[in-house]
Design a binder for this molecule. Structure first.
Ligand code: GZL
Ligand code: ZN
Length: 325
């Protein structure tokens, strides 16, 4: 009997049942420290998904993912943690443009390349980052302003605009705001009624827009609300409709940026007038940069995704169904 048990034990050990499963060996996986802003918007969730889909162990990567919960100090400590862990690359989605010089200097000193994704970091020394992959936000805003010019060309009297901006100091906010302010300055018949801080979230926008509307006289005319992302648009529409306004073409024209599926559905429904696409699926572009660097090449400093505008005429249920985000 004892011999039988001994054989059984030996078989179990051989089968590895007795030992804990070892993680895959640190072979040649490329280790990436990723500092994400947070999960403040549908765009951000899609952006994180894109990264996690690309940077998998099957594809040859070990992804260390940090969510900064929309605080720059959390991003800075995450970069320092990744430097200590001696990752191969740091991928940073900077929440705002300033305050990065010293921590990126530390990464450079540790010989770890930094790739900026989505928003930009405004640093003195451009060698502090290897490449930037993200949208041209000023261009996005200028395309929205051109649509406004077209839409209001024949309108007699003032064009009354409420501007709800995103996280102050973020490249997306700076670019989209500059474009609107340039256009307002160029049109003496455009009136900027208010500039509110929606911080790219639906909750904050609903709060500030409700407060603003409650201070207006009943039914005061608003021609267009310029929302710097979809979640701002959702909050603004909720507040406007509660106050009796009709949103969409012919009513309060709603302009939004990102063009996530939720916003395109509202556009098809006729509550959003214009959705300016801002592509969150940047994982493949970032991987191209990393693979180029792995091959010893110097990547282009800036890589911009292709983006388009949507109005209801451009949309259908079928198109919505096939969109990735
Ligand atoms: C834009 C990105 C912005 C999105 C918002 O690339 O920085 O941040 O437009 C997100 O939805 O919060
Ligand atoms: Zn004009």
């Amino acid at each position: 009997m004892r011999r039988y048990i001994a054989i059984l034990l030996a078989l179990l050990v051989l089968a590895g049942c007795g030992t804990k499963t070892e993680p895959p060996p640190e072979t040649d996986l490329i280790v990436i420290g990723m500092c994400q802003v947070g999960a403040e918007s549908d765009w951000r969730v899609a952006n994180s998904e894109s990264m996690k889909t690309v940077f998998t162990e099957e594809n040859g990567y070990r992804l260390l993912f940090d969510d900064a919960r929309q605080k720059q100090e959390n991003q800075i400590s995450a970069v320092r943690k990744f430097i200590q862990q001696q990752v191969d690359y740091i991928v940073l989605m900077p929440i705002s443009e300033t305050g990065w010089d010293s921590v990126l200097q530390e990464a450079k000193g540790a010989g770890i390349p930094v790739i900026l994704v989505d928003r930009m970091a405004d640093v003195e020394d451009e060698s502090l980052y290897a490449a930037h992959v993200g949208s041209n936000f000023l261009e996005e805003g200028r395309r929205a302003a051109a649509w406004m010019e077209e839409t209001f060309r024949e309108k007699a009297g003032p064009v009354r605009i409420i501007h709800i901006h995103g996280t102050l100091g973020s490249t997306a906010q700076l670019g989209r705001t500059t474009a609107l302010e340039e256009a307002v300055a160029a049109h003496e018949d455009w009136e900027l009624l208010a500039q509110l801080d929606g911080d790219f979230t639906q909750a904050k926008t609903y709060e500030v827009m409700t407060d603003h509307l409650s201070a207006l006289s009943e039914g005061e005319t608003i021609d267009v609300v310029y929302c710097e992302n979809d979640n701002i648009a959702f909050g603004a529409i909720q507040a406007l409709e509660e106050r009796g306004y009709t949103c969409g073409p012919g009513g309060v024209e709603i302009i939004t940026f990102d063009a996530t599926r939720g916003a395109l559905a509202e556009c098809l429904e006729g509550r959003i007038s214009l959705a300016v696409e801002c592509d969150p699926l940047l994982g493949p572009l970032v991987e191209e940069v990393i693979q180029a660097m792995e091959a010893g090449q110097v990547p282009a400093k800036h890589q911009y995704p292709e983006e388009q505008l949507f109005t209801a005429a451009d949309l259908s249920e079928a198109l919505l169904a096939e969109r990735a985000y």
